[in-house]
Ligand binder design. Structure first.
Ligand code: SF4
Length: 64
């Protein structure tokens, strides 16, 4: 599974990292600090939950 974060859409709610801190990292202003990465094995459901929680739809989940 891969995750892609669109920085043009992210508005810094930090919901993703609040729900799944083992997957998402935010900067000092609450914006997602990541861009594109492969999810660590075993954390797929956390990654998906964090993506769904994003009120802006800034996180795209790409299943293998
Ligand atoms: S929840 Fe969405 S808008 Fe908020 S920091 Fe995460 S990616 Fe950005």
């Amino acid at each position: 599974m891969k995750i892609v974060v669109d920085p043009a859409v992210c508005t810094g709610h930090a919901q993703c990292a609040s729900l799944a801190p083992d997957v998402y990292t935010v900067d000092d202003h609450g914006y997602n600090a990541l861009r594109a990465f492969t999810v660590t094995s075993g954390l797929e459901e956390h990654a998906r939950a964090g993506a769904i929680s994003c009120p802006e739809g800034a996180i795209t989940v790409l299943d293998d």
